[in-house]
Design a protein around this ligand. Structure first.
Ligand code: FPP
Length: 249
């Protein structure tokens, strides 16, 4: 494929985070219910994973259900939970075939029992796969994640397991849900919305942000490659000057 050939395989993002937005609008445009849009979002997830795997990206994290999503109508929340269960079950074979390891971040204990059980099973079954890690953000909110980290660090300080002076970025990192993931290099949000919506706030500190008008159910490999090409055309300075980056000082 043309677009894939334009990608420099030595400069691919290690970790891509995705806000899959626009399922509801996609369905509405077809006179269908919102859950029809969510169901059609699964193809986009599959294509994204294949594309990411093709170019050598090691981690993809998708915002499947936010803490705020619990406030949606009960019917939609239930349908989404059922979809998560059926998708995890039906995709397991593909995850094994493609060597995909599944992980989750978020307050997963708040998921319905069946969803939690299915999720834990898929995480266990795929734990030795090592081609790419798909992390599902479920009942996830970045502020809640940071609050939890602060509480857990405070407990250690109170119990004399940690001194205040030892609290560092590294220590905070190690108390986040994402402790075993690298920082996000690229964040993709579909559907034209340009917000971060409480997703991986700490981990995206230096991420490149990419927004596209494509609605999530229409997102395909070529759209993922467009995002990667744009990423490779950006200059990541991490606070340095352009000259320092180009002369590698
Ligand atoms: C946002 O579109 C999408 C979601 C809130 C959920 C997407 C979830 C899935 C596709 C299921 C993933 C499941 C697994 C197991 C991988 P929206 O409803 O906000 O769309 P709108 O902005 O057009 O209303």
């Amino acid at each position: 494929m043309d677009k894939e050939l334009r990608i420099d395989k030595n400069n691919v993002p290690n970790h891509v985070a995705i806000i899959m937005d626009g399922n509801g609008r996609w369905a509405k445009g077809r006179g269908m219910s919102r859950i029809f849009g969510h169901r059609n979002g699964l193809t986009a997830i599959r294509e994204t994973l294949q594309a990411a795997s093709d170019i050598g990206t090691k981690a993809v994290t998708i915002y499947a259900f936010s803490t705020e999503n619990w406030n949606r109508p009960k019917l939609e929340v239930n349908a989404l939970m059922n979809l998560i269960v059926s998708a995890l079950n039906s995709e397991l074979e593909g995850f094994m075939r493609n060597n995909v390891r599944v992980e989750s971040i978020g307050n997963i204990e708040s998921l319905p029992k069946k969803a939690l059980k299915t999720l834990k099973n898929v995480i266990k079954e795929t734990q030795s796969n090592d081609s790419i890690t798909l992390t599902l953000a479920l009942s996830y909110g970045a502020r809640e994640e940071i609050v939890n980290a602060v509480k857990n660090i405070s407990k250690k300080v109170v119990n004399n397991e940690l001194h205040i002076e030892e609290i560092s970025e590294k220590i905070i990192n190690s108390h986040l849900y994402t402790f075993n993931l690298p920082d996000v290099d690229l964040m993709i949000r579909t559907s034209g919305e340009q917000r971060i919506s409480n997703f991986l706030l700490w981990q995206m500190a230096y991420a490149e942000l990419y927004f596209t008008d494509v609605l999530w159910p229409d997102f395909r490999k070529e759209h993922f490659f467009d995002a990667i090409i744009e990423y490779q055309n950006r200059e990541r300075r991490f606070g340095k000057t352009s000259e320092q980056i180009t002369t590698k000082k």
